[in-house]
Design a protein. Structure first.
Length: 283
């Protein structure tokens, strides 16, 4: 009887100690906030998105781009620096400064009558909100807007006002993943330009579509982006075969070739985009 009482007392003491230890160590896994659903979509490289569709809070990305376009009687060299970030889940913001430099085309010996002046193109501010992420249909949709404060040519900026106008581009994005590796996306909306000192708006409409194949178990892809812009009954279309290569975790390079369907305004072009995502991690 005495042994039974001692055994029972010992068992009760051990059980009480174990319960006290469980109470002292809280289960923090239950308090970790759950991130909203985000689907992986292949993003076009020339007309890129403001941020990933379904972006998570605190995501960020730097882009440095450079390209060259043969514009028949002159060559255009473009450069850009771009920063994207997500202050809250599903909202992406962007600030970008594009620059254009023009040189004589060696294939054309005519006088440089129509060659534009070098210029810092604009101060570009943009926002994009993903309002739909559907796992069943592997589809994401977003609404956004781009506001560009268009700057004067560099050779006129000291004599005239700094800004020559403002451009607003509201847009809709819809993307779908087909199976495991195929992706499609459409980015469309009007472009409305108000030239300071002029009455009325210059309007155009753009429809940019893309299709990509994502290499399995990687972030590398190959695909085709098609940029279409309609203005005054005329449509310009450029085909842009492209590929994205991962250099290391968080650092990628995009390579794009431009092939115009009609060569009334330009011939071939090339564009490179260096993409850096600080603190990138898989979602």
């Amino acid at each position: 009887m005495k042994r039974t009482f001692i055994s029972f007392a010992l068992f009760a003491a051990i059980s009480t100690t174990a319960m006290a230890q469980e109470t002292a160590i809280p289960d923090t896994t239950q308090h970790q906030p759950k991130r909203p659903l985000k689907l992986d979509h292949a993003e076009p490289l020339y007309i890129d998105l403001i941020r990933d569709l379904g972006a998570h809070k605190d995501e960020k990305e730097w882009n440095i781009g450079a390209g060259m376009t043969d514009n028949l009687s002159y060559d255009r060299y473009e450069f850009l620096v771009e920063y994207e970030w997500a202050p809250i889940d599903r909202l992406g913001l962007e600030i970008e400064v594009p620059v254009s430099v023009y040189t004589t085309n060696s294939k054309d010996r005519r006088p440089e009558v129509n060659r534009p002046s070098d210029r810092i193109e604009s101060l570009k501010l943009a926002a994009q909100y993903t309002f739909l992420v559907n796992d069943r249909f592997k589809t994401s949709m977003a609404l956004g807007g781009i506001t560009e404060f268009e700057l004067m040519d560099l050779d006129r900026i000291r004599r005239d006002d700094v800004f020559q106008g403002i451009l607003f581009n509201p847009f809709l994005v819809a993307a779908k993943k087909w199976g495991s590796n195929f992706h499609s996306l459409i980015y469309t909306g009007p472009r409305l330009f108000n030239h300071f000192g002029h009455s009325g708006l210059e309007t155009s409409y753009e429809i940019n579509t893309s299709a990509h194949y994502m290499i399995p178990n990687s972030r590398n892809f190959v695909g085709l982006e098609v940029n279409k812009e309609m203005q005054s009954g005329h449509m310009d279309m450029v085909l842009r075969p492209q590929m994205r290569l991962v250099i290391n975790e968080g650092l990628m390079i995009g390579i794009v070739t431009g092939i115009p369907v009609t060569k009334e305004r330009e011939r071939m072009s090339t564009f490179l985009r260096l993409i850096y995502e600080p603190g990138h991690r898989k979602h």
